[in-house]
Write a new protein. Structure first.
Length: 389
């Protein structure tokens, strides 16, 4: 039997009529609800849309005074207080919700989660941990695990951080972060080199490109009287990530010097410098050549490197080599005056910068002290990003 499309055309006005009636009912219901809300509520929304959170908070506080039963508005106000850094007010807001009689179980759990976030932002870690632990076994358990991991990191409790990371799974801490936890545990085992070595080997199992583990294994071997094995561990970094060779350069220079193999160290580090230019590598190779071969050779090294990669640090080292080799006292004084000016600028630029938050520091960090990111500091000074062409 063929389908008669005329029937469908005849039903269209009927469908349209039903839709129109439903829309009228929805609009009427919406208008009734909107009339029941105080004007301050809409003022607050308008301020939020115009990115004026201070005025929005004032308007919402008026609404809460008029209608204290507005639970969702309490949550919104608490979040606004926390975003503004008014942690005391956010804590009071969420505590009041928790103490409210008749509050539903789901709303209490949400208030507890928000309260934990308030405590965490305020730096009250013990109370934040207590709040998040109470959420274990509830539907908010997954949301509570990540801040718990952050708390354990802040407390430097790496054993519990590892356990929590495993509980979260692959979406939490990845292999790189897990390896860093093991490196932290190894660093704490100063008096137990065997335990430290086990942690570092586990770190390399988690992440075979973990440069920090290779650096620390080399340090362990050197302190244990095995300089050859230490050098081999540090040389592995070239296959892991050659940019980090700058962090091993001073270790390699000192160990070659202590074992009477300065020339071998010069050749090794000069080769690294040629293949992977770096300010820290240049500084180390310069000092080693200055000591082993004298100012003329050190001058040639820096001059050639300046032509290839012009930097203020390179100029600073070039002037240093000229000062060492200067004969006339007047010439030395002139060079020292110029170098003091250049040196002041290089000190300001000789910083590491976090790729995530931009925080700058004179020393290298595996975990950014500002944003808490792992391995967010490239092992390169800011001058290498700002001044090189």
């Amino acid at each position: 039997m063929e389908f008669d499309y005329w029937w469908l055309l005849g039903l269209l006005p009927l469908f349209f009529g039903f839709g129109w009636m439903a829309a009228r009912i929805d609009i009427r219901h919406l208008l009734q609800e909107s009339r029941a809300l105080p004007r301050s509520y809409f003022k607050g929304l308008n301020f939020l849309l115009n990115e004026q959170p201070d005025k929005a908070i004032e308007a919402f506080i008026e609404v809460v005074k008029v209608d204290p039963e507005t639970i969702e508005l309490h949550f919104a106000l608490g979040s606004l207080f926390r975003r503004r850094g008014e942690y005391d007010r956010a804590i009071r807001m969420h505590q009041n919700l928790l103490e409210r009689v008749g509050l539903g179980e789901e709303q209490k759990l949400t208030a507890l989660l928000e309260l934990g976030q308030d405590y965490l932002k305020a730096g009250i870690l013990d109370r934040a941990e207590e709040a998040f632990k109470k959420l274990q076994g509830t539907r908010h358990a997954a949301a509570a695990r990540r801040p718990l991991l952050e708390i354990y990191e802040l407390e430097k409790d790496w054993t519990r951080a590892l356990a929590m990371a495993r509980e979260i799974g692959p979406d939490g801490a990845g292999p790189r972060q897990m390896a860093q936890y093991h490196c932290e545990l190894a660093a704490a085992e100063v008096a137990a080199p065997d335990a430290a070595r086990r942690h570092l080997e586990t770190a390399l199992e988690e992440n075979r490109k973990c440069v920090r583990a290779s650096l620390q294994l080399g340090d362990l071997e050197k302190s244990g009287g095995n300089p050859e094995r230490a050098i081999e561990y540090w040389k592995r970094i070239e296959s892991q990530d050659p940019a980090y060779l700058a962090l091993a350069a001073q270790r390699l220079a000192e160990t070659h010097r202590e074992t009477g193999r300065v020339e071998e160290g010069v050749r090794l580090l000069a080769g690294y410098l040629e293949r992977y230019p770096s300010l820290d590598l240049l500084d180390t190779v310069f000092q080693l050549i200055l000591e082993a071969r004298g100012p003329d050779e050190a001058y040639k090294l820096v001059r050639d490197e300046l032509r290839r990669n012009p930097t203020l640090l390179g100029l600073d080292r070039l002037l240093e080599a000229q000062i060492v080799g200067a004969g006339a006292p007047g010439q030395r004084q002139d060079l020292e005056m110029v170098r003091s000016l250049v040196h002041g600028h290089t000190r300001r630029l000789a910083r590491y910068r976090c790729e995530t938050c931009g925080f700058k520091a004179r020393q290298f960090y595996w975990r950014c002290p500002a944003c808490g990111g792992w391995e967010t500091y490239p092992p390169r000074r800011t001058e290498e990003f700002e001044l090189t062409p």
